[in-house]
Design a protein around this ligand. Sequence first.
Ligand code: NAP
Length: 248
Amino acid sequence: MDGATPRPVAVVTGASAGIGAATAQRLASDGFDVVLGARRVDKLEELAARCGGRALALDVSDASSVEVFSSEVERVNLLVNNAGLAVGVDPLAELSDEAAETMWRTNVLGLLRVTRALLPKLEASGNGHIVNLGSIAGFEVYAGGGGYTATKHAVRAITRTLRLELVGKPIRITEVAPGLVETEFSMVRFAGDGAKAAKPYEGIEPLTAEDIADCVAWAATRPPHVNIDEIVVRPRAQATATVVARET
Ligand code: NAP
């Protein structure tokens, strides 16, 4: 990159852990200035110290936090909507409003808010790109996953709708849809119960956060006229959300 061209800016939500942290690190090493958003600012600052990014507090489920965060981002080329979570594995008959609302506010409304807030700046960049972290839960379902899969189906619908609404504008849109990735995701889902959290990864080699960062970075570094619509990526041992070959 020559000194006259400013480095492209990537905003990564949920950059304090897992896929977001690995993606931010990877994008920084690929030549992006990274803006890191999440609620745990101490974690963001540690990462920023390692990869030279800017750490900004962000709670995607809070409209005023998204507003303040977005106003501090002067320019942006790449938005990685990664912040997300699952709460429990209750069947729908027992799913609490609280769990459902937490997932919807974070995974759906949060993604929509950050996207809406940064769209004008993405367009103004002349070469914008939105990468949404979906999931195989965006097109598959499993018993006990109804609260979470509904939100990831919504992320998929939003991504596909945006592709229609943004056509003709200089903004690409990609969904990266992973299967099992070993991160803090499972610890969050099972509220810190380590034994339950370890179960999904038992007897297989799951994907790593870096594997997903690799997908995001690949999509983001295609030439501007190339839109990667979606990347579905699973561990070799996983055929569907529920068909997993485990070594015992
Ligand atoms: P993770 O390790 O638990 O990381 C989740 C990140 O989201 C954290 O940085 C967390 O930061 C952030 N976050 C959660 N709520 C937030 C909020 N309200 N505002 C801002 N940031 C928030 O999980 P992960 O596996 O990396 O998950 C990243 C994304 O990948 C999620 O969208 C998830 O649905 C998706 N995904 C994961 C898997 C998997 O198997 N792990 C598979 C498919 C898709 P703070 O807590 O500091 O705010």
